[in-house]
Design a protein around this ligand. Structure first.
Ligand code: SF4
Length: 223
C-alpha cells in the first residue's frame, strides 16, 4: 500500500460517521452472503470460504449440510470422503483437515457446541481472527470486524490505515467506529469493494463517498 501513503488523512469522527452514513444508505439490506441456519453451519461455511466465492460455498453446503448435521458426522467419514464432498471449494485437502480437527475439538472441549466467545473461537484449529469474527458477529451478534481482502483494501484507500496487517487494520477500525457498527461496517466495506471500489479498477466516478476519499481518482471513469 506504499503508493497510498501520500493520500493518508487524519480521520476524525465526523468524517468516519459520514462515510458510514452514506454506505449504510447505499447498502441498506446488507447481510452475510453465506447461507446458514446454525452457528456450526456458519463455522463450516466460513472455513470453506477461504479462497472461494460465497456462491460456490453455498452450492456445496446445500448438500453438505444434509449429510453432515453435527460435529460427530464429520468424524465418521474418511478424509478422502470429506475431501470429495468439499472438492469444488478448492484447497480441499487442508480444509478437510481443518474441519475434522475443528469438530474434534468442539466435541472434546465444547460439548459439541460452537463457543459463543471470540477467544474460544480463535482457539479452534483452522480458525483465525477473520473466521472467528465472521462467526462471532453473524451467528452470535458479538461486535467484531472480519478483515478480508476488501476490508483491507478499502480501509487503506479511504485513509483509515496505512497497513497490510489484518490485526492492525482491525484494531484501527475498532478505534474509529463504535462497536455497535463493527459487524455492519465489514458488510458495507465488502459490498462496496465488490460493487464499486473494485481492486485495480475502482469506479470512483460512481462512488458515494468520492468527495470524502483521499484516493479518489477521476481518471477511473464510468464505463
Ligand atoms: S473514491 Fe474511488 S478509491 Fe475511494 S472508495 Fe470510492 S471507488 Fe474506492
Amino acid at each position: 500500500m506504499r503508493s497510498l501513503k501520500k493520500h493518508k488523512l487524519k480521520v476524525d469522527s465526523q468524517h468516519s460517521s459520514e462515510i458510514l452514513k452514506r454506505l449504510k444508505k447505499e447498502y441498506p439490506l446488507i447481510k452475510i452472503a453465506l447461507e446458514f441456519e446454525t452457528p456450526f453451519q456458519l463455522l463450516i461455511s466460513t472455513i470453506l470460504s477461504a479462497q472461494c466465492t460465497d456462491a460456490r460455498v453455498n452450492l456445496v453446503t446445500k448438500t453438505l449440510f444434509k449429510k453432515y448435521r453435527k460435529p460427530e458426522d464429520y468424524l465418521l467419514v474418511s478424509n478422502e470422503e470429506l475431501e470429495k464432498d468439499i472438492f469444488s471449494t478448492g484447497f480441499y485437502h487442508q480444509k478437510a483437515k481443518s474441519i475434522k480437527n475443528c469438530c474434534k475439538m468442539l466435541i472434546e472441549i465444547f460439548d459439541g457446541e460452537v463457543p459463543a466467545d471470540f477467544e474460544s473461537l480463535c482457539s479452534l484449529p483452522g480458525v483465525g481472527r477473520k473466521t472467528a469474527s465472521v462467526v462471532a458477529g453473524n451467528a452470535f451478534g458479538i461486535p467484531a470486524i472480519a478483515v478480508d481482502t476488501h476490508v483491507k483494501r478499502l480501509s487503506n484507500l479511504m485513509g483509515f490505515v496505512d497497513s497490510d496487517n489484518p490485526e492492525k487494520i482491525e484494531e484501527r477500525l475498532k478505534e474509529i467506529f463504535p462497536s455497535r457498527e463493527w459487524i455492519s461496517l465489514g458488510h458495507y466495506l465488502m459490498s462496496h469493494g465488490r460493487k464499486i471500489c473494485i481492486a485495480r479498477r475502482p469506479k470512483c466516478c460512481e462512488c458515494v463517498i468520492g468527495d470524502l476519499c483521499p484516493s479518489y481518482n477521476p481518471g477511473h471513469k464510468k464505463k
